[in-house]
Design a protein around this ligand. Structure first.
Ligand code: ADP
Ligand code: MG
Length: 700
């Protein structure tokens, strides 16, 4: 089905030079790949640079600004090798007519340095210039070349977001090779748009992005990136409209309840619904009972009570004699939902089952049978729920808990498991209105904008990391009082391995202070170890839980009252907000301690400030969008729009309207994508992993 011309781009990335299984593994962590997909050639092409190195700054030595990247012409004067058995570096003294510069090498091979920098010769060194006392130095120049080499030096080089263990040179080489695989592709953008925007062709745009001649080429604001971002936005809008037209505009099934089971559950809840929950369930209940198919987003902060609302919806579906499925992005979260639902479903005689990828054969068989013969009313699970061998007797409602994944386009296409089931998507991310459309198309929205009663505000403080002893004292008091404490460890390198190491270290040091009271959970543990750590925390046996960001995803422990976030300056606002939402889930007073390493950058300071000021998720989301602005060009960019690779909220949203109009026009003129441009658009949908929409075309 995929146009043959695209095959080289969908070959595994391991076929590229320098990419072995291990590197592919690292890439997989770096890339936002669809479930079960290994890195492919296209993924490298669509890997956005996180910035660029501009080697065109060519000052004299005296004109070089400490802290900046410079390429300097020098004459080599003298080598000062490191004395044996000393930790001193190898130094090379150099000069030009304006001053002197010392090149500094730690643990480098002497013969390499001597060959690269012969005494008396002229060389060009490129790297970051630093002041060292009143001397100027360059530690480990990234480039040392002669005049000939200088002519070949790329003026601007892209840098990529790297996970630990992944070298820039490896990525550069692989991207280079990937570019060679790029076939001549038909233009899918309309002539009108191309003329108006003056964009380069897709291939040309990719090549400029990865081989920039001027910084603009590798910048999100530049023409090359904008073109690809627009391609991505168009693919997204088009896919949403195609899915909507093919599966959702179809008539639905009226799932009218008797009210009996819903009442039983309401009666069993140890609390009354909030106004927002009542309103949301009323909206959902009407949709379910109506003959049009429901496609609704239930938005609400962590702890706002979404799961309970979903359960009521499921109860209504059960009253109508049908089944419901709840799909969660991770196994931990699936288990959590299973526990919450099971606690109250029994009151209405509803049977709940859990299905994940890791169940025993026999368990799995039993669940499959129960689903097929209708004995099970509610299935909770990961995407294992939608595997081939799972059949439902009468699936009437699919609930997808998105957390931060945003695979909604894909999930919506999964209607085959039931008879035109209704769809409810739950999202804990307070998505600003401007982004809703991009991510969800024109879905209906219910908002839980009210916290359950009795919840106290979370006292939030930002502290420099030299106050860690105060924090540890506060933890002591909290566990003394019978409360629980989360300690979230820094996101070091977007690499689970490195993050896990940091967490292990913190676990060890806290265990010394609170022996036997600390548990550890991180992404590298197996399922049993994770589960054991969480159970110990839940039961209170180990009231302190040291974790990497895995706890971000849905752990509900009402006794938890303290959230410590280490290196808070490294987290994005949305993430900080989600993490903080893990406490303040009961009527006990809670606090959130944001430990940071000074000095704080401007954006990081602003983020922590917002956290101290407000707990309102929607406000935080708006601020987040503002703060992410294009400014941070040389630093690592914060990841852009969820579900998108190159399109970034604050930079490319101006083109969203245009993409929507364009997609509408396509749907009006060639909805089945049959014409010449239709073919090109199919290629576009594949390139951005929106091919589920193309598959719907074929299924008619
Ligand atoms: P979410 O899924 O939005 O994170 P949950 O549905 O898991 O939230 O609810 C979080 C916690 O709050 C659960 O322990 C739940 O039992 C409780 N809860 C839900 N609704 C209410 C309410 N109206 N009053 C009090 N507690 C509630
Ligand atoms: Mg929940």
């Amino acid at each position: 089905m995929r146009p043959d011309i695209l095959n080289p781009l969908f070959a595994p990335a391991t076929g590229l030079p320098g990419i072995g299984a291990k590197t592919a593994d690292l890439l997989e962590r770096l890339l936002p790949l669809p479930d079960g997909v290994e890195p492919r050639v296209i993924d490298l092409l669509l890997l956005p640079p996180s910035g660029f190195i501009d080697r065109r700054n060519r000052p004299t030595i005296s004109g070089a600004v400490p802290g900046s990247l410079a390429t300097i012409e020098i004459t080599v004067d003298k080598h000062q090798p490191a004395p044996r058995n000393s930790r001193a570096p190898y130094r090379v003294l150099c000069h030009d007519e304006t001053g002197s510069l010392t090149l500094v090498f730690f643990h480098a091979r002497d013969d390499y340095i001597q060959r690269a920098l012969p005494v008396g010769e002229t060389r060009y060194v490129s790297g970051t210039v630093e002041a060292w006392g009143d001397m100027l130095q360059m530690v480990h120049p990234d480039r040392i070349v002669d005049a000939e080499g200088l002519a070949k030096l790329p003026p601007v080089e892209p840098i990529y977001p790297l996970t630990a263990g992944l070298k820039r040179a490896t990525v550069v080489r692989a991207v280079e090779a990937a570019l060679e695989q790029l076939p001549e592709l038909p233009e899918w953008q309309s002539r009108g748009v191309m003329d108006k925007m003056q964009w380069p062709a897709f291939g040309e745009a990719l090549s400029r992005l990865h081989n920039p001649h001027v910084p603009e080429d590798a910048a999100a604001e530049g023409l090359a990136w904008r073109r690809i971002a627009y391609d991505e936005l168009l693919a997204g809008q088009l896919a949403l409209m195609m899915v909507r037209r093919k599966t959702l505009k179809t008539a639905g099934v009226a799932r009218v309840g008797t009210g009996e089971k819903v009442q039983q559950i309401l009666g069993a809840l140890p609390f009354g619904l909030t106004g927002a929950q009542e309103r949301s369930f009323a909206e959902i209940g009407d949709d379910l009972a109506g003959t049009e198919r429901m496609v609704r987003l239930l938005q609400g902060d962590v702890g706002s009570g979404k799961t309970v609302v979903a359960l009521l919806a499921m109860a209504q579906v059960a009253e109508a004699g049908q089944q419901s499925a709840l799909m969660a992005p991770t196994e931990i979260l699936a288990r959590q939902h299973f526990a919450t639902l099971s606690a109250f479903a029994g009151a209405a005689g509803l049977r709940v089952a859990l299905l994940t990828g890791k169940d025993k054969q026999s368990e799995r068989r039993a669940v499959r049978e129960g689903l097929a013969n209708g004995e099970i009313d509610i299935a909770v699970g990961t995407h294992a729920l939608f595997q081939q061998d799972v059949a439902f007797n009468a699936l009437g409602l699919v609930v997808v808990d998105e957390q931060h994944r945003f695979g909604v386009h894909q999930r919506l296409a999964l209607s085959a498991k039931g008879d035109r089931p209704d769809f409810l998507v739950m999202s804990a991310t307070p998505i600003p209105r401007t982004l809703l459309l991009t991510l969800y198309g024109d879905m209906d929205v219910s908002r839980l904008d009210e916290k359950p009663p009795g919840r106290q505000p979370i006292a939030t403080r930002a502290l420099p990391d030299d106050r860690i002893d105060d924090v540890i004292a506060a933890i002591g008091r909290a566990i003394e009082a019978g409360n629980r404490v989360y300690w979230v460890c820094p996101l070091v390198a977007e690499s689970e391995q490195v993050d896990a190491a940091a967490a292990e270290e913190r676990f060890a040091s806290l265990s010394q202070v609170f022996p036997g009271k600390v548990a550890l959970v991180h992404g590298r543990q197996d399922q049993n170890a994770k589960q054991a750590a969480l159970s110990g925390f839940q039961s209170g046996e180990t009231p302190v839980l040291v974790a990497t960001t895995v706890v971000e995803v849905g752990v509900d422990v009402p006794e938890a009252t303290v959230m410590v976030i280490e290196h808070a300056e490294r987290f994005g606002l949305a993430q900080l907000h989600q993490l903080r939402g893990r406490v303040g889930r009961s009527d006990r007073a809670s606090s959130c301690l944001l430990l940071y390493k000074p000095p704080l950058g401007e954006t990081a300071r602003a983020r922590l400030e917002v956290m101290r000021e407000t707990e309102d998720g929607f406000r935080i989301a708006e601020e987040d969008l503002k703060l992410r602005g294009g400014g941070d060009v040389l630093g690592t960019r914060q990841s852009g729009m969820p579900g998108f690779r190159l399109a970034q909220p604050s930079i490319h949203l101006d083109m969203l309207e245009m993409a929507r109009d364009d997609a509408r026009l396509i749907m009006e003129t060639d909805p089945d994508l049959t014409g010449e441009r239709g073919d090109a658009l199919r290629a576009l949908l594949y390139l951005f992993d929106r091919d589920h929409a193309v598959r719907l075309l074929a299924s008619g």
